[in-house]
Design a binder for this molecule. Structure first.
Ligand SMILES: [Zn+2]
Length: 467
C-alpha cells in the first residue's frame, strides 16, 4: 500500500508529466471509483479543465484544476499511468482522462482506490478526518501525549491512525518503532514526552529519506510511472524476517499487531521497565504511596533522598563551593538556601547542577533494574520543572485539604499559618491533574489507599505487552 513517500513521489512525477495539460474528455469505466458525486457530473465538469498545481495531504493526491479540486486516494493498489498518445485501456483501467496531449489512466486491480471532485475552495470532506502532517509545527510531544491519553493501543497501531498523524502506513510505522527502539506493542498512553519528541524526529527523518529515495518498492506497491523507489535498501526491519538486525545481529522477527504484519528486532526493541513518576503537593502522602509501590515489589527511588545524599558527598560540595566561591566547610543546606535566596542566576546554576546529578543517579538506578515491569521515581517538583517530560507515566497523589492540614499538624508539627502559606504558594492540583497520566486519591484509611494503589498498578500492568 502506498504511504506518504510513495504518494509524494507519484504527485511529483505527475506534476512533471502533465502539469498544464487540458482534459478533453473523461471516461469512467467503473462508477464506484468516483466517490462523492454522480459519474456523469464528474465527467461533464472535468471537460476543458486544466491541471494547475499538484499537492498531497496524508496519503491523498491533490490536483488543482481551473475550477475544481480533483482528489485521489490510491488505497491498496491504485496507480496512475501516463501515455504520450491514445492507448487501449487494460481491464484494470477504470478512469481514462483524454488530455490535449496524451492520456492519464487510473488503474486499480483491487478497485479500492477512490476519486473525489470538489468546487475549488469548498470544504474537501474526504480530508476531514486527517490529522497533522508530519512536518506541521503543531505536531508536538504535547499534542501526541494528549491525543493518546487513556489509549492503551499499541504504539505501532497508533502510528497508523490517520487522524493523529496523516501519511504513515505499515512499512514506515515498523521502521519508526525500530528507529526509536520501542516495542511495537508498547501502549501509546504510557510514552514520555521525551520519547514522543524522538518519535516525531524519527518520523520526519525516515519519511524525508524515503521521499529522497523515491519511496519503497515492494511487492504490494510498485510504481507505474517509471520511477522505482529505492528505500527498500534502507529498511531495517520491514520485510526482513529471519534476516539479521543491521545494528545488533539478532534475528528480525515478524508478529501480528492488531492484524498487521509487524517486523521488529527482539533485542533492540525489548520492552524496558515503565518509568513511573510519583508526585503530589505537600502532605498528600506521596511517600506513603511510593512505599506501597515498593511493597508490591517495584523498585523505588526518591529524588529527595538522592538530593540529601548528594549534599553529603565531597565532590558535590566541592563543586558548590566553587560556584559560591566559598570555603568547602561552609557548604550546607542552610548556606545554600541563603546564597540562592535572592540570586536568581545563582539559583539557576545550582539547580541545574543538582538536577543533572540527581538525574544521573536515577538513570543508574534504572540500569540496575532492567527486568522489572516498572520503576518508580518519587519527584516532588515534577510538574514545576520539566522533569514530567522524562517519564512514561506521571502519577499524581491528591488528598482532601482537611486531611492534608491534619497530617502536617500531626506529622510535622506545623502551625495552621505556616501550612496555609505553603498551600497558597504551590502549583494547584487542577493544573497538575491536567498533565498527569494517573491520579491516586489518598482519602480515608491506609487500607483504602492500599486498595487504590493496587488497582492503579493492575491498571498500568494490564496495558503492557505480554510475552
Ligand atoms: Zn537489533
Amino acid at each position: 500500500m502506498p504511504e506518504l513517500p510513495e504518494v509524494e513521489t507519484v504527485v511529483r512525477t505527475l506534476e512533471n508529466r502533465i502539469n498544464g495539460r487540458i482534459i478533453n474528455e473523461v471516461i469512467v469505466r467503473w462508477p464506484k471509483i468516483i466517490d462523492n458525486i454522480p459519474v456523469d457530473i464528474f465527467e461533464k465538469k472535468l471537460r476543458g479543465q486544466k491541471f494547475i498545481s499538484f499537492g498531497r495531504r496524508g496519503k491523498f493526491l491533490l490536483f488543482e484544476l481551473s475550477n475544481y479540486m480533483l482528489i485521489a486516494h490510491l488505497r491498496m493498489e491504485g496507480k496512475f499511468y501516463v501515455y504520450a498518445e491514445e492507448t487501449e485501456p487494460d481491464k484494470h483501467s477504470h478512469v481514462i482522462f483524454r488530455l490535449d496531449k496524451g492520456e492519464l489512466h487510473f488503474n486499480d486491480v483491487r478497485k479500492f482506490g477512490r476519486l473525489y471532485l470538489y468546487d475549488k475552495g469548498s470544504r474537501y470532506s474526504c480530508l476531514d478526518k486527517l490529522g497533522k502532517e508530519p512536518w506541521d509545527d503543531t505536531l508536538t510531544a504535547e499534542y501526541l501525549k494528549e491525543y493518546c491519553r487513556g489509549k492503551s493501543t499499541a504504539i505501532k497501531s497508533q502510528l497508523l491512525d490517520q487522524s493523529m498523524i496523516a501519511g504513515i502506513g505499515n512499512i514506515y510505522a515498523n521502521e519508526i518503532c525500530f528507529d526509536v527502539r520501542i516495542d511495537p506493542e508498547h501502549p501509546a498512553c504510557y510514552i514520555s514526552r521525551d520519547k514522543w519528541d524522538e518519535i516525531i524526529r524519527s518520523t520526519r527523518k525516515i519519511l524525508e529519506e524515503a521521499i529522497r529515495a523515491g519511496g519503497t518498492t515492494i511487492r504490494s506497491y510498485t510504481s507505474s510511472l517509471g520511477v522505482t523507489g529505492l528505500f527498500q535498501q534502507e529498511l531495517y526491519v520491514q520485510s526482513r524476517e529471519k534476516e539479521t538486525c543491521k545494528i545488533c545481529g539478532e534475528t528480525i522477527r515478524k508478529k501480528f499487531v492488531n492484524g498487521r504484519g509487524t517486523y521488529f528486532c527482539p533485542k533492540c526493541q525489548v520492552e524496558k521497565p515503565l518509568r513511573v513518576a510519583i508526585t503530589g503537593n505537600i502532605g498528600t502522602g506521596k511517600s506513603t504511596v511510593s512505599g506501597l509501590f515498593r511493597e508490591e515489589g517495584y523498585p523505588v527511588i526518591s529524588c529527595d533522598e538522592v538530593n540529601r545524599e548528594l549534599l553529603e558527598k565531597e565532590t558535590t560540595r566541592k563543586h558548590l563551593a566553587g560556584l559560591f566561591d566559598c570555603d568547602l566547610s561552609q557548604v550546607n543546606k542552610a548556606y545554600i538556601r541563603e546564597r540562592i535566596y535572592a540570586d536568581e542566576k545563582m539559583k539557576k546554576k545550582v539547580e541545574e547542577y543538582l538536577h543533572s546529578c540527581i538525574w544521573n543517579e536515577v538513570e543508574q538506578f534504572y540500569q540496575t533494574n532492567p527486568t522489572v515491569e516498572m520503576i518508580v521515581t518519587e519527584v516532588p517538583l515534577l510538574f514545576e520543572t520539566d522533569w514530567y517530560r522524562h517519564f512514561d507515566c506521571n502519577v499524581l497523589v491528591v488528598s482532601d485539604k482537611k486531611e492534608i492540614v491534619q497530617r502536617l499538624k500531626n506529622d510535622r508539627h506545623m502551625s495552621e499559618e505556616e501550612i496555609e502559606k505553603i498551600l497558597q504558594n504551590q502549583m494547584p492540583d487542577d493544573a497538575k491533574i491536567s498533565m498527569a497520566d494517573a491520579i491516586i486519591k489518598n482519602e480515608g484509611s491506609i487500607e483504602i489507599l492500599q486498595k487504590n494503589v493496587k488497582r492503579k498498578i493492575t491498571e498500568i500492568i494490564r496495558t503492557l505487552p505480554q510475552e
